[in-house]
Write a protein of this length. Structure first.
Ligand code: HEM
Ligand SMILES: [Ca+2]
Ligand SMILES: [Ca+2]
Length: 300
């Protein structure tokens, strides 16, 4: 099992080193926290929270198109490099990913979460495991509930963890399925439930043929602050992805969305619980897996 302060004797500075690395990287590049938080999600949903998402090479998870827009790898590598100096062969990459995401939330104003550690690094990473385990923005509510429940996460966890979209950014391609090109080459929004002003703004930011590297902010007013503003957006019909909007349009979750929009403390309390569940999915402990020496490759 995971335990609080797993490294207290083997590597007392472990959590501090991760925190300082995340802090200085985020100070230099404010897009870092969003990247680290999403990296955790994509790690934990595929093979559990085991750093499988970090492995490089042909046919690994990282090579799957669904993972092309992930980032934050260099921050994890920097923390690992330091930890290998202080306490060689001790702190897993899986724990670094979880701690870094936890710190990213706290650094952007979100709740403090004390997470247990002791995760071991996996040796399996296969691109073919990515699609069946990662939610696509086109998923229906029922499909999302089903996938989350296969990870031990409830509908309430789904609504809470989607609140991660209060920070970070997305590429135009991530929501282009909500646009439609008419016969004159004019783009319109298919999804008429979307706020008009917001839809127009998005279409301006992502014109046809736009540079594929352009990103838009998930939560335009406070995209660098971990707050409950995301839920206010959903109420105002300004959810960026179809999978965000549906949380408010579906009667199974609309009440929770409304509650969180009105009550940031309630959202934060729920976040702590759901984040603990997310970071515990299928963890490897004891003598399972290994402690990698270098996060992008399994030990020889
Ligand atoms: C519930 C279904 C979810 C879907 C369909 C979804 C989908 C997406 C997509 C398409 C992007 C944009 C990626 C890009 O174009 O660069 C994104 C960004 C992001 N997602 Fe999610 N996501 C979901 C849940 C989550 C969860 C549970 C978390 C974490 C707890 C999360 C954290 C993030 C973050 C922080 C970003 C911003 C990344 C950045 O700034 O680079 N998402 N998500
Ligand atoms: Ca994994
Ligand atoms: Ca925000």
């Amino acid at each position: 099992d995971l335990t609080l302060n797993f490294y207290s004797t083997s590597c007392p500075s472990a959590e501090l080193v991760v925190r300082n690395t995340v802090r200085s990287a985020s100070n230099m590049d404010p897009t870092v926290p969003g990247k680290l938080l999403r990296l955790l999600f994509h790690d934990c949903f595929v093979e559990g929270c085991d750093a499988s998402v970090l492995l490089q090479g042909n046919g690994t998870e990282r090579s799957d198109p669904a993972n092309q827009s992930l980032g934050g790898f260099s921050v994890i590598d920097s923390a690992k490099r330091l930890l290998e100096i202080f306490c060689p062969g001790t702190v897993s990459c899986a724990d670094i990913v979880a701690l870094a995401a936890r710190d990213a939330v706290e650094l952007t104003g979100g709740p403090v979460v004390h997470i247990p550690t002791g995760r071991r690094d996996g040796k399996v990473s296969s691109a073919s495991n990515v699609r069946p385990n990662i939610v696509d923005t086109s998923f229906t509510m029922t499909e999302m509930i089903k996938l989350f429940s296969s990870k031990g996460l409830s509908l309430e966890d789904l609504v809470t963890l989607s609140g991660a979209h209060t920070i970070g950014a997305a590429h135009c391609s991530a929501f282009s399925d909500r646009f439609q090109e008419d016969s004159k080459g004019k783009f319109t929004f298919i999804d008429t439930s979307l706020d008009n002003g917001y839809a127009e703004k998005l279409m301006k930011q992502c014109p046809p043929g736009a540079n594929p590297s352009i990103t838009v902010q998930n939560d335009p007013e406070t995209s660098f602050v971990f707050d409950n503003h995301y839920y206010g957006n959903l109420l105002a019909h300004r959810g960026l992805f179809q999978s965000d909007s549906v949380l408010f349009t579906d009667s199974r979750s609309s009440k929770q969305v409304k509650n969180f929009a009105e009550d940031q403390v309630g959202f934060f309390e729920s976040w702590v619980q759901s984040f603990l569940k997310l970071t515990s999915i299928h963890v490897k402990t004891g003598d399972e897996g290994e402690i990698r020496a270098f996060c992008p490759t399994a030990n020889a």
